[in-house]
Design a protein. Structure first.
Length: 277
């Protein structure tokens, strides 16, 4: 049984407009990491999951609604948990008819509830729509693979497709693609994403990389685990001492987009909003 089988995913749910933190449904990361052959105490990557919600609203003391775009940063720790996405949407919807004194109270409430659920300190930033408009639309850095003339016949996850170039020289490059698609492990609904891969090491055969990314097309997994699979497969290909970052920007569903980032280097990625987001 998938750890999300008991979550609200794929089930009919009533939407409460009154603040209800118990709606949040946590999923431990540890069993999922162990399923990938990882020791949660010695992860081979740094990382974070950056979520953006475009449907957050509440009532002021005067009864007037406010709306905001909210950024959530979930860190990785050995004991941290994922918040299942539908439960997250139900929880955020429970703010709709709830009175908060000001934005600071909204922020404190979100940080407190989510940090308890995730068992890690979740960072929250509440932004108004004017600020989001000023930031505009960004493009993923690097060279896009999508215009390559490549014959593709495999749509089931296959790390064996990855190749280095013959006699590969050492390179440092950033590549991206808009062709990543995976499916929800519970409902089977499609999850669409753009992905950016930055690395330093022996040159990867770009056609093989594109075939590999497309092989996720029928794969069922959470966004976070798809990115971790990509990271681990590329790390094995590149070998010891490589520098590697994998950052996926998934399209929103129910007002939420999820953007996992895994890297050999510490830090944080830019929260770039792409045209499809």
């Amino acid at each position: 049984m998938h750890p999300a089988e008991q979550s609200p995913l794929g089930k009919t749910s009533e939407y409460s407009g009154i603040y209800t933190p118990s709606l949040l449904y946590p999923i431990p990361r540890q069993p999922i990491w162990e399923g990938l052959g990882l020791d949660p105490q010695r992860l081979p990557f740094h990382g974070a999951d950056v979520w953006n919600s475009y449907e957050v609203s509440w009532l002021t003391p005067s009864g007037k609604p406010e709306v905001a775009v909210v950024e959530f940063v979930f860190p990785l720790t050995p004991s941290s948990r994922i918040v299942e996405s539908k439960s997250f949407k139900l929880y955020l919807n429970s703010f709709n008819q709830t009175v908060f004194s000001d934005r600071a109270e909204v922020l404190r409430t979100l940080e407190s509830d989510l940090s308890v659920t995730a068992q890690a300190p979740v960072l929250v930033r509440v932004q108004d729509t004017h600020r989001i408009q000023q930031l505009g639309i960004a493009r993923l850095p690097g060279e896009c693979l999508d215009d390559m003339d490549v014959r593709i016949s495999s749509y089931e996850y296959d790390p064996g497709l990855l190749r280095l170039l013959p006699g590969a020289r050492q390179v440092r490059e950033t590549l991206n693609s808009n062709l990543l698609k995976s499916n929800c492990p519970v409902t089977g609904q499609p999850d669409w994403a753009s992905v950016m891969i930055s690395y330093s090491g022996p040159a990867i055969d770009r056609a093989s990389l594109l075939r590999y990314l497309v092989s996720f097309r029928q794969h069922r997994d959470f966004h976070e685990q798809c990115v971790e699979r990509i990271f681990l497969d590329l790390q094995r290909l590149l070998g010891e001492g490589c520098e590697l970052s994998v950052h996926a920007r998934y399209l929103r569903r129910g007002g939420l987009d999820i953007n996992p980032w895994r890297s050999t280097q510490p830090g944080m990625p830019d929260n770039l909003r792409l045209a499809r987001q």
